[in-house]
Design a protein around this ligand. Structure first.
Ligand code: ATP
Ligand code: MG
Length: 266
């Protein structure tokens, strides 16, 4: 059984209200079907507005789709009791692009990372502090960093704090929505390496949402491309991706080829 199954999901948002006009809904996801296996990473590529973040929200249980189902660990996430939903929430975490807005600026790293532990675990104070120390070390931060507030970290360091929070409860799946996009190349590479290491060490699965085909290729096992709310290409074996004749894939591939100095026209 797959860890996550998205089955025939269709979703639309209500268009802004306009007087004297019939209220319309804009379809953002159209009959989307995909799955993520245990310990695997599926990268979701596609142009802006394709519906990637909306699909992430649907998977996270934040946006109930009009049609279709989402099964996480075999449970229909929109059709289950509240205690099961609470258990699923613990196994399903998220890291967003904007590391600063994802945290409370008045909380220090210890409080940020400790929040999910306080919500879900019943650790003694000593165990709580020890766990936070281990998490900081796992993501490559120092024990002293626990006293720092968000504005005292660089973007790359704060994203490590966010990752520590996301892995605190040893989840099964993490949705990474443009999680490295706002970082410089050096930090992007370091965080991608950290995510790959965590995936191997803890058997994590990822939904890696990105515009960056190189980052997607480096971290994922499976590559999917969305266009106008539909999954238009799904390569279970990522090495097939570059051979795909689909126009969306061709334009993604040509966008990286054109970066090479030899292929530049100007
Ligand atoms: N809460 C909302 N209410 C109404 N429309 C929305 C809402 N969220 C997203 N949309 C619309 O849904 C479409 C898909 O948005 P979404 O954020 O899922 O795209 P995306 O693929 O993540 O884009 P990007 O790569 O720019 O992040 C867009 O047209 C967007 O304007
Ligand atoms: Mg998005």
């Amino acid at each position: 059984m797959s860890l996550l199954q998205v089955k025939n999901v269709t979703h639309s948002y209500a268009a802004p209200h306009q007087f004297f006009k019939e209220k319309k809904r804009a379809t953002v996801l159209s009959n989307v079907t995909l799955s993520i296996e245990h310990g695997k990473c599926l990268s979701l590529l596609g142009t802006s507005g394709a519906g990637k973040s909306t699909l992430g929200k649907v998977i996270l249980g934040l946006e109930k789709p009009q049609k279709g189902q989402v099964f996480f660990q075999g449970v229909d996430v929109y059709n289950t009791d509240s205690s099961t939903r609470r258990r699923l929430r613990r196994d399903l975490q998220v890291v967003f692009q904007d590391c600063y807005s994802a945290v409370n600026p008045q909380m220090n790293a210890e409080q940020i990372i400790g929040e999910p532990l306080q919500n879900y675990e019943t650790l003694s104070l000593k165990e709580h502090k020890r766990t936070i120390g281990e998490l900081l070390e796992t993501v490559g931060l120092k024990l002293d960093d626990r006293h720092k507030y968000p504005h005292q970290f660089s973007g790359g360091q704060l994203q490590r704090v966010n990752i520590a929070r996301a892995i605190a409860l040893k989840p099964k799946l993490i949705v990474l929505d443009e999680a490295v996009s706002s970082l410089d190349m050096v930090n992007q590479t370091k965080i991608l390496q950290l995510l790959s290491d965590l995936k191997s060490a803890f058997g994590l699965s990822y939904l890696f949402i990105t515009h960056d085909i190189k980052a997607a290729y480096s971290i994922s096992d499976v590559l999917a491309v969305m266009e106008k709310g539909e999954v238009v290409e799904l390569c279970e074996d990522k090495s097939q991706f570059f051979q795909s004749p689909h126009p969306s894939v061709r334009s993604l591939v040509s966008s990286i080829l054109s970066e090479h100095p030899r292929n530049r026209s100007v």
